[in-house]
Design a protein around this ligand. Structure first.
Ligand SMILES: Nc1nc2c(c(=O)[nH]1)N[C@H]1C(S)=C(S)[C@@H](COP(=O)(O)O)O[C@H]1N2
Ligand SMILES: [Mo]
Length: 312
């Protein structure tokens, strides 16, 4: 039986991203004021200042950095609802204490307190592009550290082939969890080789500040050559496994969302083109690039996988 589940973030072919964005941005104005009133929320939750981080100049965005206000008020975070305007609601997600567990096929499973990670990991700033499968994009100065540095602490076993990411599911503060037809918690995954790639980044900050909850604070993932839905927010667990994880969107709609989800302008989503994108803070439509422009770093990962569905 095929159940069609409504997903607010999916735009029909006819509705171009403009209306969609304009709507989000219009709402964002009132919200900006509301958020200004919430300034200091992070400190109120005992979130220390982000450690100083040098910008890694290997990753050149090639575009203007998106306005911070757009990035922090136009979000996809279904646990807080299907609209883009969840930034206010998301302030209720407690940021401390926060523990990230790393387990499964590793020599030494561990639980890390977020502040210990901030103290011990090689934190740096990277300006990365993020391309959402809905054909909008943004450019953000993230602070974080390579996933490989974290995995080195637990020593993956030779038998581990995949990395599975699980994100927070707190019914008391996440109204979206009442939508019981969604397969909560939000999970994602990648291969060990993808995880080991230097681009795979654990994000703990944006614009030089602690990562706000609406963007996945206190810790999220990002692989900039893949569609944004691969970037799990507010991570609680990372599991090394020999089984390919089935992700949240893949479970809901496998015809439309697959495991690899690499950005490709030539492979349309079943319901819209992926040839171009609208970037937050601008009205221009710009061409989408293969691997979101990161091919020089990642295309080697996919040699010999021609029979895989790499682009959905
Ligand atoms: N837990 C969780 N992570 C998530 C999502 C979500 O709904 N829940 N949405 C994803 C999608 S579709 C995108 S495009 C990015 C959006 O990140 P942003 O809000 O920081 O722009 O987060 C991803 N990570
Ligand atoms: Mo997305």
């Amino acid at each position: 039986m095929q159940i069609r589940i409504p997903r607010g973030w999916e735009i029909p072919d006819s509705a171009a991203t403009p209306e969609h964005l304009v709507m989000g941005r219009r709402k964002a104005f009132g919200l900006g004021a509301a958020l200004a009133g919430l300034a200091g929320t992070a400190q109120a939750q005992g979130v220390p200042a982000l450690p100083a981080a040098m910008r890694n100049t290997r990753f050149v965005p090639g575009r203007d950095i998106s306005p911070e206000r757009d990035v922090t008020t136009f979000n996809n975070f279904y646990e807080f609802g299907t609209s883009k305007s969840i930034s206010r609601e998301a302030q209720r997600l407690p940021q401390r204490p926060w523990t990230l567990k790393v387990d499964g096929m590793v020599e030494t499973p561990r639980e890390f307190a977020i502040d210990d990670l901030l103290r011990t990991m090689p934190v740096e700033e990277r300006v990365y592009r993020l391309r959402c499968v809905e054909a909008w994009s943004m450019v953000v100065p993230w602070t974080g550290f390579p996933l490989s540095a974290l995995l080195a602490l637990v020593k993956p076993l030779g038998s581990a082939r995949y990395v599975a990411f699980e994100t927070a599911a707190l019914p008391a503060v996440m109204p979206g969890l009442r939508q019981s037809w969604y397969p909560w918690p939000y999970v994602e995954g990648c291969t060990i080789a993808e995880a080991a790639n230097d681009l795979s980044f654990m994000v703990v900050g944006a614009y030089g500040k602690a990562l706000p909850p609406q963007n996945g604070g206190p810790i999220r993932f990002h692989q900039p050559w893949k569609y944004g839905f691969k970037a799990g927010k507010s991570l609680v667990k990372i599991t090394l496994t020999d089984r390919r994880p089935v992700s949240f969107w893949e479970r809901i709609q496998p015809q439309e969302y697959g495991f690899w989800a690499n950005v490709n302008p030539e492979v349309a989503h079943p319901r819209w083109s992926q040839a171009s994108e609208r970037t937050l803070g601008s009205n221009a439509r710009i061409p989408t690039q293969l691997f979101n422009g990161y091919g020089e770093f990642v295309s080697d990962l996919y040699s010999g996988l021609q029979n895989e569905r790499l682009w959905a």
